[in-house]
Design a protein around this ligand. Structure first.
Ligand code: THU
Length: 143
C-alpha cells in the first residue's frame, strides 16, 4: 500500500494525473512475456489509500490477471472497500479501457467509481463505471 506522503498530504485531493503517474510506475512491474502488453493500474480510496497493480500472465494463459483486478484485490484484501477512482494505462498509442471482466469485478464496489482511462499523462478520459457498464448485474440483484 502506498500512502504517498511525499506527494500528497493528509486531506489533500488526489489529482487524476498523479494517479496516472502511479499507474505508469506500476506498469513497470508487469509480468507479460506472452503478450508483451504492459498494463498498470492505481486505485485511490476515499480514505486516502493507494493500491497499485500490474497485469500478471501465465504460461497456461487462463490464469492471467489484469492490472485492474490486481489493484482492486489488493485494496479489498487490505480492508478498504471505499474506492473513489482507478487509473489504468497500457499502450501509449491508444487509450486503455478496462476489459469486461474487470468492469464487472469493479462494479461490485460502486457504480460511481471514477475510471481514468489513460494513454499518457496528458491524454486520458474519465468515466464512471456506470458509463462503462450500464445496467450491470450487481449485489442488489441477489436480494
Ligand atoms: N489486460 C489488463 O491488464 N487490463 C485490461 O483491462 C485488459 C487486458 C492485460 C491482460 C493481458 O496480460 C494483456 O493485457 C493482454 O491482454
Amino acid at each position: 500500500m502506498k500512502e504517498c506522503p511525499q506527494i500528497i498530504g493528509k486531506g489533500e485531493k488526489m489529482e487524476d494525473k498523479l494517479l496516472i503517474k502511479i499507474a505508469m510506475e506500476a506498469r513497470e512491474k508487469s509480468y507479460s512475456p506472452y503478450s508483451n502488453y504492459k498494463v498498470g493500474a492505481a486505485v485511490y480510496t476515499k480514505s486516502g489509500k493507494v493500491f497499485t497493480g500490474c497485469n500478471i500472465e501465465s504460461a497456461s494463459f487462463t490464469p492471467t490477471i489484469c492490472a485492474e483486478r490486481v489493484a482492486v484485490s489488493k485494496c479489498i484484501s487490505e480492508g478498504y472497500k471505499d474506492i473513489e477512482k482507478i487509473a489504468v494505462i497500457g499502450s501509449e498509442v491508444k487509450t486503455s479501457f478496462p476489459c469486461g471482466v474487470c468492469r464487472q469485478f469493479m462494479s461490485e464496489f460502486g457504480k460511481d467509481i471514477k475510471v481514468i482511462c489513460a494513454r499518457s499523462l496528458d491524454s486520458y478520459d474519465v468515466y464512471t463505471l456506470e458509463d462503462l457498464l450500464p445496467n450491470s448485474f450487481g449485489p442488489e440483484d441477489l436480494y
